[in-house]
Design a binder for this molecule. Sequence first.
Ligand code: BDP
Length: 652
Amino acid sequence: LVSPYYGLFILLGMFRVVCLLAVFDAVCLLDTGMLFPRESSSREVKELNGLWDFRADQSPNRNQGFDRAWYKSRLAETGPVIDMPVPASYNDITQDPALRDFIGWVWYEREVVVPARWVADGGTRVVLRVGSAHYYSVVWVNGVKVTEHDGGHLPFEVEIGSLIRKDPTVPCRITIAVNNTLTLETLPPGTIQHMDDRTKYPEGFFVQNFNFDFFNYAGIHRPVLLYTTPKAYVDDITVVTDFLDNTGLVKYNVSVQGAANATLSVTLIDKDGRCVATSNGPAGVLKVVDVKLWWPYLMHENPGYLYSMEVRLTAADGKSTFEDVYSLPVGIRTVSVTSTQFLINNKPFYFHGVNKHEDSDIRGKGLDWPLIVKDFNLMKWLGANSFRTSHYPYAEEILQMCDRHGIVVIDECPGVGIKDIRSFGKASLTHHLVVMDELVRRDKNHPSVVMWSVANEPAAEMPPAEFYFKTLIQHTKALDPTRPVTYITASNYARDKGAPYVDVICVNSYFSWYHDPGHLEVIPIQLNTQFENWYGKYQKPIIQSEYGADAVPGLHSDPPVMFTEEYQKVVLQSYHNVFDQKRKQYVIGELIWNFADFMTVQGILRVVGNKKGVFTRQRQPKAAAFILRERYWRLANETGRLPPWTKYPCSL
Ligand code: BDP
């Protein structure tokens, strides 16, 4: 395997310092930006959320929709349709088990009234954007294919202005076909298995296999919208922040599309609306006197401080003048790693947080504001200062909440369940690199994101894992030299092939659960050995990135037995005792598995999903939540700088 990026890695490694000051997406192969769609004086947004027409293609090869060109006319004309909410997973919306477990193409369609001005004004770009659709999407507008996208969890978009202008009298019909099939080369990977033994299985029976522990929810999971920009527009912005004494530095780079010569002015505005720095041109450094740094929740009395960077573009093409305005929230902070510490703004940061899932009743993985806000309230109630986006990128709306509330994020790509040696091949790696490009492009400007995770529990002991992870990690560091990169391991410390390349060791372990089930007494010894082994070999800081136990709410037993609330409590407490010794040395964080119960495939190890949540799926606390809450607030009071009224238990 020879990576097309290999030469660039070496070069970029050598010039890492230079990169810090320059644009940091030099190796990204994507040629356009993916700024979050925001309204401004020059941009309008029209949400297409709500009810769409929907049909699953139940034909034996799932290809009838393409064979009969369902995109050419209204979906209701080619067969029966049902109402489908967007955003939402389609799986739990009906009573039909065939739709819950559906594998293959589903079709969404909706007609949109496009404002007349957007159609009339040829100087306006009209962009169709899908926040995420799982897994492979093809999009048509009025029967014309406009784009396709490989991968769930990340946005894609396409300009459709010229198409809707072709015939302004017809309504704009948007058709999106989405296929949730996972193959050896998708992320996450999977395989389709056909069962041909007619004495055992019905005609056409097949299953989707994969090696991850969450339900493979599918559909259009995040908002679909139309937004406008002028023809000449701000396509991308990259900021890298730093500070020196009390002067903040915002290095920025703006890329422009649609104009050979554009004038750019950049203004940084504080929370009170005061302009604190200005600059001109596509790249520069904004200097902020008496800077208010971005601090994590519970580390500072004023966490999540955001400035607003207003980028104003003016361009002319002989006939017309274009002005585009885009405002980007900017948090000024630094991140670095030593052999024993994780530093935010040069101060040691200890992750006391959670692992989450995008998962809830009925909605599946669909973005839902009440759920998002409830989860943030629960995280703050717990005293959690961080979470990992296990096991895929979460909605941008969630990261924006993290920026504002000071919740620190380990941002994970969908590289979960890479266990089959064939998923370490060239095609898989190439796709994985593109997914990292897309992820970094989307999330690079979030101050809350402090580390990239390129995978969860891959088969890191397999021989090809070394080249695979070396390439992937170096590529990610070249994309973004300002953040540490890791992957989450559950393999043997001595045989883990990627560990030499990560900046922080993240280890998952389930002592007294998957190993030595029922034997709580092994935890102190085995956890201590785990830490000593990893640190002894690599001398890198360690995060316990997962630990926990299932508890069925309401099940009790003393002495504790597995699956009771008491057992979950004692597992946590036994881990905590060891964390307390090791955090004085090189353990820099602990993330519980999991924040809340979540849905999985059916299997003999799962009773209606994974029950390792400290909250139920309906977000009610189990006994373990109170253990965690006491601990996290104690940790915060030891390590943070809190105003007295937020100190546990006074605020409660
Ligand atoms: C870990 C996986 C996570 C699972 C968890 C479990 O990373 O996705 O849900 O085990 O089994 O190994 O509960």
